[in-house]
Design a protein around this ligand. Sequence first.
Ligand code: SAM
Length: 458
Amino acid sequence: MPATKLPKDFESQMLELLGKAEFEQFKQAINNPSRTSIRLNSDKDFSLSWANTPIPWSKTGFFLEERPSFTLDPAIHAGAYYVQEASSIFIEHLLNSLAIPKGIYLDLAAAPGGKSTLLSAYLGNEGMLVANEVIQPRAQILKENIIKWGLGNTVVTNNDPDHFAPLQGFFDLVLVDAPCSGEGMFRKDPQARDEWSLDNVQLCSARQKRIMDQAGALVKADGYLVYSTCTFNEQENENMIRFLTEEFSYEPVRIPLDASWNIKETEVDADGKTFYGYRFFPHLVEGEGFFITVWKRSSEAYIQEPKRVKDFKHPFLKEVFNRESSILDEELGFDGTGKYFTLNDSYFRISKDWTLHFQKLSLHLSLKYFGVELGKKQKKDWIPNHEWALSTLPKKDFPAHELSESEAIEFLRKNDIEIPDLPIGWVLITYKELPLGWIKNLGNRVNNYYPKEWRIRM
Ligand code: SAM
C-alpha cells in the first residue's frame, strides 16, 4: 500500500528537528516496513521456534525474521510472549541498568499492557504493580493481557488519574506512557498521518500536563518517575521535562547507553540542572519513534506508608483470615506467602507482603482484577478459574493433558475436543507444557471451559 503524504506542518517540524540530510533519511525509513518483535515471558518455560535476532537493549526481546499469525499460535494465548515494539522494550534496560529498587509500581496509562507486563516481569515476587487504564473497554483488554502474563503481582484498575489523589507519595515508581500525537507510529499505522495536526499536538500536550500534574505527586521520596511517548515533537517531549521541574522537586537521571544502539540523548537545562531525554528515530534504530525520560524524586518529598486497617471493610471484598488461609495453603499446595480475599465467593490470592498496600488501593480505586483468581470452593472441591490455569502458581493435583498444535487451536476456538482415556473431573490443558485452560470430563461428555469472550474466531 503506498504511504500517504506527510502533513506539511509535520514536515516543517521534523526539518527543524533533524536538518535537511537527516530528514531525508527519516522520510525514507518511515516508508520501509517495520520489523516485528516480541518479548518473552521468562517466568514461563518456552523457547522461540521462529528465526530471530536479539533486540540489542534487551535480554528478553527479539526481532522475528517474519511476522507469523500470532492468533493461531497457542503459545501467545498461554502468555509465553507479548508482541511488542522494539523501542518501547528499552524500559527493560532502564530498570536493569539503573537497578531501580523493586516495590510498589504504578503504570498510569497501561492498556493494552505492553509496558505493564514488562514491569510485572521485572518485579517478579518482589513487588506489586498497579496497571491502570481510564478507558473501560481498554481496561478489559489490559486485564486479559495481565491474566495471560500470569505472574499474579498486578492489580488492574479503571480510573482517571485524578482518582489517585489520595495516593500521594505512595509509589516507588510511576510510569506515564502518555496518550500522544503518535508521530512515531506513522510507519506502522499510516492512518496516524491523517489524524495528525498541530492542534492535536497542542491538545495532547495539555492533556499530558494534566496527567503529569497528578503523576508527579504520586511518587515517594527517592522514587522514580518515567515518562514516554511515541512522538517526536518537543512540545510533548522535552517540554514535559521543563513542566515537571517547575511543578515538583525532581533530580535528573542519566541512563547508560551503548553507542552502537544509536539512541539520541538530548539535554534539557531546567531548575539549574541538566536533565536527559532519550530519542529513538526510525532512521537510526530498528524500532518505531519513541521518547523516554526518567526523574528521581527528591529525598525531602513525602512518603505514604499504608497503615494496618484494624477492621478492613470493603463493599465487595472479604479478607480471608489465618486459620482458613492455612487450610487453603495446605489444600492448594501453596507455600504460605499468599494472602487471600474473596469477591462474589471466588478466591483471589495476592502476595502477603503487599496486603496493606492492596487494602489501601482497594478503598480508593475501581478494581478490575488483582493477583490471581483461583476459583470457587464447593465443600472440599475446587471449581478452578481460567485465571489460575494461566498463572504461574502450582495447579494442585489436577491431572494435565498435552495437546498438539491443531488440537490446541480447536480448544482455543472453544470447540469440543475428543480425548480418549481422560480422567474424570477437571483436567488442565497444556500446549508445549504451557497451561492453556481447563476442561471437565463428566464421563459422558467433555466440557471446554475456555472463556467464550476470549475464544479465537479465525
Ligand atoms: N502503556 C501502554 C502499552 O505499553 O501497552 C500503551 C499506552 S497508550 C500510549 C496511552 C493510554 O493512555 C491509552 O490506553 C489511553 O486510553 C490512555 N489515556 C487516554 N487519555 C488518558 C487520560 N486523560 N489519562 C490517562 N490515560 C489516558
